[in-house]
Design a protein around this ligand. Structure first.
Ligand SMILES: Cc1ncc(COP(=O)(O)O)c(C=O)c1O
Length: 430
């Protein structure tokens, strides 16, 4: 990898109006527009030139909105399945794997595709501005950002519910530029988001932006860049378990970019996204053909989330309705929202371990379970070209090979603390 990296050339575009504008560094919304819309990156290079493996994730830098590259990344890997494909009777099943699997050449130390977004977001951030990046998460996202920001000296404030800090395991200590604050036990992801919003009201802190951040989406889109450039064509189907659906939006956007590239055909992959029963807000809205999410009682949602094994799929306010969001992506590309319960997902994980040889995350198991259902139902055919996005895996193996340590919180906040308290605590941390 060379240090003489030239920033990627791109402009931004409002999906709603088509208007284009420059990235002012951290532009998350279309300037002057009232209707909520995602903005999209339009890259100058229309044909993707994939760099060698030493670049890690940044081998896809042509289609990442970044001004510098970071150390220590790994790109998702795509390979043609033999074991699972044979079991399911599929001729063209391709697995895109994010996680830890040294034999396949993928070494994500936090074991999920959330690492792709963390590296890409870090590469977009202007480090000279000295701002503290603020990320709220209940799981894999927090771990990925902590590792990447620690290794690359990016100041980071992580807001996590205290009950979820088990997710913050690492093989090596996290540096002091990363601080973890939590909302006390009994709080949930939304309380952590609330805390992060308060932090972002203070000088010197900036929100990461979630699905609105083009770097986050295009980072996740590298799963599709890996698949299409390995397979040599755009697949017919894309399988992924979703909580926010950001990965599927990113997949659709990457697919559209390949049209302009021109070398991989004009297919639109059908987006076969999945949720963990009984927590099904995206499923329910899609089946009702509704752009708006359906009303969901908070207590009922919490109860459902307690039940599901794939906790990372528990987003209650996904970017589904927004212009350019998941509803638009699925209407344009076609596809369906599928569901699998805990038992089906666990059985799928065992099958994956037996047929492919690695452990997978409960969320990825949901995707595998719904692929099995789709094969049984005849929705996908023997000869169809299928991309199965294994969004996380190798965690059991990683933990069995390394000694893991846990990041400790610097402060425990009450649920909904006053802004003054947040200000006082954070001013001492950074
Ligand atoms: C392993 C894994 N798979 C899938 C998802 C869902 O991702 P998305 O944000 O695309 O809905 C997550 C989210 O945290 C995840 O950690």
């Amino acid at each position: 990898m060379t240090n003489e990296f030239q920033p990627t050339e791109y402009i931004l575009q409002s999906v709603n109006t088509g208007k284009t504008f420059n990235d002012e560094g951290w532009t998350l919304d279309a300037p002057g527009e009232e209707a909520p819309s995602l903005v999209r990156a339009i890259y100058k290079k229309k044909q993707l030139a994939v760099k060698d493996n030493s670049f890690g994730l940044f081998r896809f830098a042509d289609w990442l909105p970044i001004n510098h590259v970071l150390e220590g990344s790994s790109a998702p890997v795509t390979y043609k399945s033999e074991g699972l494909a044979k079991y399911l009777g599929l001729d063209n099943l391709y697995i895109t794997f994010s996680g830890y699997w040294p034999e396949k050449g993928v070494m994500m130390r936090t074991c999920s595709f959330k690492e792709t977004e963390a590296y890409s977001v870090g590469g977009r951030l202007d480090v000279n501005e000295g701002k503290v990046l603020v990320v709220a998460s209940a799981g894999n996202t927090a771990r990925a950002f902590a590792r990447v920001c620690s290794d690359n000296n990016i100041p980071l404030l992580l807001c996590v519910p205290e009950d979820n800090i088990d997710a913050l395991w690492f093989d090596e200590p996290i540096n002091d530029n990363v601080k973890l604050v939590v909302t006390r036990s009994g709080s949930d992801y939304f309380d952590a988001i609330h805390l992060s919003n308060l932090a972002c009201e203070l000088d010197g802190f900036i929100t990461e932006g979630g699905a609105k951040n083009v770097a986050r989406r295009d980072g996740m889109g590298t799963t599709v860049l890996s698949a299409v450039t390995t397979i040599g064509r755009i697949p017919d189907y894309y399988f992924q378990a979703v909580g926010s659906g950001t990965g599927a939006i990113a997949a659709w956007e990457a697919n559209l970019r390949f049209f302009e590239d021109g070398r991989f055909g004009e297919n639109k992959m059908k987006l076969m996204v999945s949720q963990n029963h009984p927590f099904l807000p995206i499923h329910d809205a899609w089946k009702a053909d509704s752009r708006a999410m359906l009303p969901l009682d908070d207590d009922e949602a919490r109860r459902q989330v307690e039940e599901i094994d794939a906790k990372v799929l528990s987003n209650r306010r996904p970017p589904y309705s927004i212009n350019g969001g998941l509803f638009d992506a699925m209407k344009d590309a076609g596809g369906d929202v599928l569901q699998a319960n805990n038992q089906e997902a666990a059985a799928a994980a065992t099958l994956f371990q037996e047929t492919e040889g690695n452990d997978i995350h409960p969320a990825a198991s949901v995707a595998v379970a719904t692929l099995i259902q789709a094969v049984k139902a005849g929705t996908v055919k023997k000869e169809d070209c299928i991309m199965l996005n294994i969004t996380g895996g190798g965690e059991n193996r990683f933990k069995s090979e390394k000694e893991v340590i846990y990041l400790k919180p610097s402060h425990v906040f009450d649920i909904e603390p006053p802004l003054e308290t947040v200000k006082e605590v954070l001013s001492k941390l950074f």
